[in-house]
Design a protein around this ligand. Structure first.
Ligand SMILES: NC(=O)c1ccc[n+]([C@@H]2O[C@H](COP(=O)([O-])OP(=O)(O)OC[C@H]3O[C@@H](n4cnc5c(N)ncnc54)[C@H](O)[C@@H]3O)[C@@H](O)[C@H]2O)c1
Length: 341
């Protein structure tokens, strides 16, 4: 097989903003079908992106495609992924992999039993800085302390179902923090977490009359976290300080990932390397502007993997590890104790 027929399931913000434009640019991909529970939205997307088939039931779509991208709310990730894999269709599922660890495991099993590609759209790995950092980790030596901050000032997503625990499984951690957790674990080569302590907050977003930059949401029905902190210890003796927020009272948004190791340190955003060399403190940086869009890099890697022409970057077993950590952070906050893994 040298080309791929793609379908998109759930054609809201991320499907139209990232996946459809990316797949439409690839010469070896034909986007043949879309499906959404909102038929009007599916028809509009089909017209906008010149897609020939619109379906009401995702199971019917499987007959027209070799692969799908799943862009529904998190609650449906596992059900639709497993159905697709069982129908012999490769799957790129939006992040997080699913709502629970059990669902993630069932997805992985479905991928293995059907010998189909299953990947998760952890696109921070495909950013220019992320790719460079992965290679530059050799400058760091053994990692000691990793610091992660995925911080937004007053930006609770006011569209979709992001503030609904039933449909999303959580808030800022499972939606935004998951990206940086994934990127950090990937850079660190997937160390085994042994103990996790976490604390979630929702007080700001539960308070009426919030100033919010990303539209309006209902503070009464808001039932997810808007700020989360965690401390994670790994089997190799290294540790991670983690914080994420949709709605912090901070000066400005920032995404920080630094690793301090035995031979040097590294920051991903902006990309910098810190060492001591030639008797001096020695810093290095790189020109990373203007690289290929991460959505396009992600789409290419998925397609190449489906066609047997490249190695998958985001493997399902790695995304499962992210979901295990997320579950442990939530459990620790609920129980008020640390969780041993
Ligand atoms: N990678 C990223 O940075 C990123 C960014 C935004 C969203 N996402 C993820 O993408 C997914 C969708 O987010 P969004 O922002 O596009 O949301 P959205 O609300 O804009 O779109 C979701 C779409 O799914 C449709 N839908 C709902 N239930 C469905 C079902 N059972 N079957 C088919 N369609 C269904 C809705 O009608 C809607 O059109 C979520 O999992 C979210 O976590 C990822």
């Amino acid at each position: 097989m040298t080309s791929l027929k793609m379908g998109i399931i759930g054609v809201g913000g991320i499907a139209q903003g990232r996946h459809l434009p990316a797949f439409k640019q690839l010469e070896n991909v034909e986007v043949t079908a879309v499906q959404d529970v909102n038929r009007t939205r599916a028809e509009e997307a089909a017209e906008k992106f010149d897609v020939p088939h619109v379906f009401d039931d995702y199971k019917d779509l499987f007959e027209k495609v070799d692969a799908v991208t799943i862009c529904t709310p998190n609650k449906f990730h596992a059900e639709i992924s497993i159905a697709a894999l069982d129908a012999g269709v490769h799957v790129l599922c939006e992040k997080p992999m699913a709502m629970t660890v059990e669902e993630c495991e069932a997805m992985m099993e479905a991928g293995e039993r059907n010998n189909r590609v299953l990947s998760i759209a952890y696109h921070f790995r495909h950013t220019a800085e992320g790719r460079l950092a992965k290679q530059a980790m050799q400058e760091v030596g053994d990692p000691l302390v990793t610091r992660v901050q995925a911080m937004r000032r007053r930006k609770v997503p006011g569209w979709g179902v992001f503030t609904n625990k039933e449909l999303q499984g959580g808030g800022s951690l499972i939606d935004f923090g998951c990206h940086l957790l994934d990127l950090a674990l990937w850079l660190l080569d997937g160390p085994k977490p042994v103990e996790v302590i976490g604390k979630t907050y929702d007080r700001l977003s539960k308070t009426p009359g919030q100033v919010n930059d990303w539209g309006e949401f209902d503070h009464e029905t808001f039932n997810v976290d808007d700020h989360v902190t965690s401390y994670i210890m790994f089997e190799d003796g290294s540790s991670m300080q983690f914080e994420c927020s949709w709605a912090a009272n901070i000066k400005e948004d920032h995404t920080t990932l630094t690793v301090s190791g035995v031979d040097g340190g590294l920051s991903v955003y902006p990309f910098e390397v810190y060492q001591a060399k030639y008797g001096a403190l020695f810093d290095q940086t790189a020109k990373v502007d203007g690289g290929e869009d991460e959505g396009l890099v992600q789409a290419k890697n998925f397609v190449d993997s489906c066609l047997g022409q490249g190695e998958l970057v985001v493997k399902p077993e790695e995304a499962l590890k992210v979901s295990r950590l997320i579950a442990a952070i939530y459990e620790s906050s609920e129980t008020g104790t640390s969780v041993r893994l």
